[in-house]
Design a protein around this ligand. Structure first.
Ligand SMILES: Nc1ncnc2c1ncn2[C@@H]1O[C@H](COP(=O)(O)OP(=O)(O)OP(=O)(O)O)[C@@H](O)[C@H]1O
Length: 264
């Protein structure tokens, strides 16, 4: 379960480049819920995910994960709770290490005592079975350098790494944006499977309105650091991509009207 209470986060406060990235975000996500996050450029989507991961500290408000107040926890302390997959297939995995070393590292995350890289035959077999399920032939490439895999293969391994971690929260930041449509669809299928099987509480940022509606249980739209749409259930099922685009346009026009009022 994730609870964000009135999160405010400003970059470069007091400087000419000041940016109010989050302006009072309040959000309750029950355990196991899959939320898709949309919004225009600069709306605060990545900032929200970074705040949940502990990369950025909110200046006010609180973040609770599974009843624990983690607001002051740095990212390394949240490592056992939070798994992430980024837009860039090169981020989040270690390109110089082999596929099996990356998987072993993920399996050992959040574990203070054991160093995850230890690879015995049993562990190697388990990794091979997991990779075989992907249907990408990666079960024969356990010893291959991660950096030599294609973008789609890397994102798939990143998702498996997220599943191997003891985490309860999965944060996906446009993780299919750099992939061709066919590979993106395959990675989305894998995402759905892992979220469901591991019962992960998930936030997925996407610029694809189709993905936002076709995947997950709930959709939120951010605009200028605030949640302007939060929709689930039958209401969401009835929504079309055009409805979301119309909603975007409405929110933008309202913001323009507000600006005109302020300037006037
Ligand atoms: N590290 C940073 N330093 C300064 N400003 C930042 C930083 N990160 C984000 N911002 C600013 O905060 C605001 C929110 O950015 P954020 O990256 O969260 O938006 P986003 O919704 O993810 O956008 P996009 O869809 O373009 O990725 C923007 O105005 C951005 O310029």
């Amino acid at each position: 379960m994730i609870r964000c209470s009135d999160l405010h986060l400003t970059f470069n406060r007091g400087a000419p480049t000041e940016r109010l990235a989050l302006r009072g975000v309040t959000l309750d996500i029950p355990a196991g819920e899959f939320v898709t996050v949309i919004g225009s450029n600069g709306a605060g989507k990545s900032t929200l995910l970074n705040a949940l991961a502990g990369d950025y500290q909110p200046e006010s408000g609180a973040i609770t994960i599974d009843e624990q107040d983690v607001t002051a926890w740095p990212s390394h302390r949240r490592a056992g709770l939070v798994a992430r997959v980024f837009q860039d297939p090169l981020a989040g995995t270690c390109g110089d290490m082999t596929v099996e070393e990356n998987l072993a590292l993920a399996a050992g995350r959040g574990n203070r005592r054991g160093f995850g890289l230890a690879l015995d035959a049993g562990r190697r077999d388990r990794f091979r079975d997991t990779l075989r399920d992907l249907g990408l032939g990666l079960e024969n490439r356990l010893g291959a350098q991660m950096g030599l895999l294609s973008g789609g293969q890397r994102q798939s391994v990143s998702l498996l790494m997220a599943a191997l971690q003891p985490s309860r929260i999965l944060l996906l930041d446009e993780h299919t944006a750099a992939l061709d449509p066919k590979t993106a669809a395959m990675v989305m299928g894998l995402t759905d499977r892992i979220v469901r099987d591991q019962k992960l509480t998930t936030l997925m940022v996407t610029h694809s309105m189709r993905h936002a509606l076709d995947h997950g249980d709930r959709t939120i739209m951010l605009h200028e650091g605030r949640i302007v749409l939060d929709i689930a259930g039958d209401k969401r099922k009835g929504l079309t991509v055009q409805d979301l685009l119309d909603q975007f346009a409405r929110v933008r026009n309202e913001a323009l009207d507000d600006d005109k009022l302020l300037l006037g």
